[in-house]
Design a protein around this ligand. Structure first.
Ligand code: PLP
Length: 358
């Protein structure tokens, strides 16, 4: 079976559904009966236009996107959104919550466009928790937060109530829960976790929020350009969009994002239970802020010198991508939507066996 030979816990690019991989592979050979590879067809041909339209429509359907919003596909990764958001929305001042590396990169870019109020930061504790008590100035153009901190394994699984416009980087947890889109002006996400291979970036934008700044915006960096041209202003990343459509169809067939959430929560719960139970390991994050997408854990102090050995043991058992990010150390198991429970169970079995023999 494609994709099932190893247990893929990579943080991103990461595991995709077998459905996505198989259908993408087939389209690389012969796309939509054209007799051509999807790699060599015109993006203006009716077959690809249909893919682009269906993918955006399915995102609207799966996330229950209300009227007045548009879904756009762009290049540049989530990192490009770090500057596009302030370019398009920041007139004078914006508020940001600093919950990790990606949040700070977004903050750095916003500072190029105006005043940035960092309302709170958990940097003092190596980003192991989500700050709770902070105030967002009512004269801020928007409040920006990162819903899931891929590197540190903390997550905000709710849509905050704000008096100002709300913007979120949902790169690593979009499609893992229903979202109240109506609270947001912009949601953006790189594709390479819960959607598709890298190369396409998704944004859900409130159309009437897009023309509030006075500055001229370069055409490609202006959300309105992509909204007006149905994400076809220039040549879009055709293959990632095709793959995205496969993933979206698979989500629909599975029952939608609420079903994904249930499964993701179950996967995370059994792994956190094992981390809490096993004498060798401990979680790195405040329990109430634990991410269900990226589970970070380290070895308890008295077993620290076993880290390399466990790494080797786990990789011999078929585990891939569990090394923690260098800024946290230890281990990180990413449990995105396509993660089968059997892989989580295999990792848990590995942890139990290693404990038994040490
Ligand atoms: N934001 C978050 C939460 C991420 O996890 C990442 C990448 O892992 C990024 C932004 C950067 O995304 P990209 O590499 O698509 O620019």
């Amino acid at each position: 079976d494609i994709g099932m030979k190893k247990h893929n816990f990579s943080a991103g690019p990461s595991i995709l559904s077998e459905y996505t991989i198989k259908n993408t592979a087939a389209a690389v050979e012969n796309f939509a009966g054209t007799g051509l590879s999807i790699l060599e067809v015109s993006h203006r041909g009716k077959e690809f236009v249909a893919v682009n339209d269906e993918a955006r429509a399915l995102i609207k359907e799966l996330l229950d996107v209300p009227a007045g919003y548009e879904v756009v596909f762009m290049g540049g990764g989530a990192s490009m959104q770090f500057c596009m958001v302030p370019y398009n929305l920041l007139n004078k001042k914006a508020s940001y919550l600093d919950t990790g590396t990606w949040a700070s990169k977004a903050i750095k870019e916003a500072k190029l466009f105006g005043e940035v109020d960092v309302v709170a930061s958990s940097k003092d504790a190596n980003y192991t928790y989500i700050p709770k008590n902070y105030k967002v100035a009512e004269d801020s153009d928007y409040f920006h937060f990162t819903s899931n901190n891929t590197i540190y394994g903390t997550e905000m699984r709710y849509d905050p109530d704000m008096k100002v416009r709300l913007v979120a980087d949902m790169s690593s947890d979009i499609f893992s829960r229903p979202i109240d889109i109506s609270k947001y002006d912009v949601i953006y996400a790189g594709a390479q976790k819960n959607l598709a291979p890298a190369g396409v970036t998704l944004a859900i934008v409130r159309v009437d929020a897009l023309e509030h700044v006075d500055r001229p915006i370069p055409t490609m960096l202006k959300y309105k350009t992509h909204v007006d041209k149905d994400s076809m202003f220039n040549t879009p990343p055709v293959l990632p969009i095709y793959s995205a459509l496969q993933t979206l169809k698979w989500y629909k067939e599975q029952g939608g994002v609420a079903v994904m959430e249930k499964k993701d929560k179950e996967n995370a719960a059994i792994l956190y239970d094992e981390i809490d139970r096993n004498k060798l390991f401990k979680g790195t994050v405040a329990v109430e802020d634990r991410s269900i997408m990226n589970v970070c854990f380290i070895m308890n102090d008295e077993y620290k010198d076993l880290e390399d050995e466990f790494s080797k043991f786990a990789s011999a058992a078929g585990m891939v991508g569990i090394k923690g990010h260098r800024s946290v150390g230890g281990f990180r198991a990413s449990l995105y939507n396509a993660m089968p429970k059997s892989s989580v169970e295999a990792l848990i079995a590995c942890m139990k066996e290693f404990e038994r023999t040490h």
